[in-house]
Every structure is written in C-alpha cells, then in structure tokens.
Design a protein around this ligand. Sequence first.
Ligand code: KIV
Length: 265
Amino acid sequence: MNVLDFQRMKNESTKISMVTCYDYWSAKILDKSKIDCILVGDSAAMVIHGHKTTVPATVPMMIHHIEAVSRGAPHKFIIGDMPFCSYRMGQSKTMETVDSMMKAGSHAIKLEGADDNVEIIQHIVKSGIPVMGHLGLTPQSIHALGGFKVQGKDEIAAKKILEQALCLEEAGCFAIVLECVPYQVAKKITESLQIPTIGIGAGPYTNGQVLVFQDLLGLQNDFKPKFLKTYMQGFELIEQSLNLFDQEVKNEVFPNIQEHCFQKA
Ligand code: KIV
C-alpha cells in the first residue's frame, strides 16, 4: 500500500483497515497480516507508558516507537503521529520534527485538529510529506474538551467538524481520522469529502476503521468503550500462560530434561 491507494480504495468502495503499533514484535505480526496500514499513535503514551492522556507523548518517544515499528513492518505503510504541541512550535521547529519522524521510518504523519493548523499542514504537504488529519475527539485537546467525550452531537458542533474536514481536504490531507462522533455525522462527512475517512467510534459509514492493537486483542482488560470490539481475550490468555509457567516451575515440570536441557558431551 502507498499513499495513492487510500484514494483508490475510497473510489473503489474498498474499506481501509488501520491498526496502531508501537513496537518491533507487534509490527512483525502486523507486517504478515492483511491489515492495510499502521499508525504509530501517540496513544503509545497511554498504552505503553501508562500515562492517563496522550499529552505526555514527546518527539523522542514517538521517534523511538516509529523506528522499532519500521524495522518490524518493512512492507506496511506507516503513519507517524505528531505528539502534543509538536506542530505548534513555528514552521522551522515543526519541520525539524516532521523530518525526524520521516527519517525514523514514517511514510506520512498525522496531526490533530484543523483551524490554525491549516497553514502548517499546507506547508508539510508542499514539502512532499503526506498528512493525515484527525477530527472529532482529538485526545491531545483533552483538557480543553473537558474529558474523553463524543464530539459533534448537536447540529452546530457537527457542522463545525464538517467544515474542518473540508478545510483539511483543501489543505491537502490524504485522509482524515474521525474519532468518537455520531455515525450520522461521520456518514455526512464521508459523503461530503473526496478523500477517505478512517473511523474510530464513528460508525460503519467511514471509508475505513482504526483500532488500537492492544484494545482489539483484549490486552487491556480495564478499557471497554462502547465502540470497541475485542477479537480475542488477550489479557486472560497471557495471564493463564504465565500462571501455567509459574505452576510448572514450582512443580518442577519445566524444564524437562529431554526437551529443554543441554547434554554434557
Ligand atoms: O494515537 C492513536 O492511537 C490515534 C488513534 C486513536 C486514531 O490517534
């Protein structure tokens, strides 16, 4: 997949699948899978580093994750998430960050919001770097939004998100993530845009879906938002395996002399 395939897939009504990834071994699994593209999300701050929001994500943190993912998934299109405030630092500092994220292995970058970001998005796009937008619930603005809440519920708020989406398309974004908006709003936006939308908590009418790797595999047993479907009970499966290892060590079942041990010559 390359950046042109996003538009092709929308034109052909083929849905786009995107999954977040932050590390080498998960990237190797994704690389073998049929998932279309990988987002190295700033959700790493929460999922991997245990922070309560994505605000603590930093450029060095993101670079570290992008490098690991690009080593593990050499065949996938990788989108690197620009962390909190990193694209609000003036043009030259922002471009230094974009440059380092691309050199780390991203094929595109993602940033949250529209309005005052339109100018920098245009500049990044004109510099030959594909930009993915992100509207609706923009977690980096969590303190301004007053919490992780569904956005665009009333007519005025929905109209504002639609206008922002049209602005991002005009600015040159190749796709837009729509997070936690009513499905009717996501449908209207998707129908109004030429470029594809990729939803999370935005219903079935977007051009694609994105989920966090650990969420879809049930690895975070304390995170169960309405929009999430878990495809395995990863937390319990891993816990059971760890407990079995503990039991076999204590009962001297593991290691087995024949199977797991080296012999003297
Ligand atoms: O950082 C992230 O994981 C994201 C997705 C929720 C789209 O931005």
